[in-house]
Ligand binder design. Sequence first.
Ligand SMILES: [Zn+2]
Length: 144
Amino acid sequence: MYDMRLRVSYVKGLVEGLEIQDDKLKKVLSEIIDVLDEMAEAVDDLNMAIDETQEYVECIDEDLGELEDDFYDTDYEDDDYDEFDDYEDDYYDSDDEYDFDDEDFLEADCPKCHETVYIDRDFVVDGKAECPNCKTEIEFEERE
Ligand SMILES: [Zn+2]
């Protein structure tokens, strides 16, 4: 906070302008100003660190968003939970866009937590597997 350090300098100038003769008082005021100056500097550093961290988090958030878009291959978003039915329709229409090269994974929408999950075929027994999210049993129809 540049402004804060500027104001400390201003106060320092004011105190010097008083031309205080009392050495003890002068010393106390000068100590107070030093402490203020250090605090202003510390706050300045903290603010810079916070700004950097915030920028970094925003970058990560953006990257993660792109990854999620690629991974789920849909514009599914957190606040779309209520539109699950629409989403389900999208899913059945978009079989061709199925993004995994690896055909060993089955995509399913969990009936309980409504999460889209990808399950290794090896874990599907008798067309059933556990939702990795909520542990509910999901039934699979084989779609080749
Ligand atoms: Zn689930």
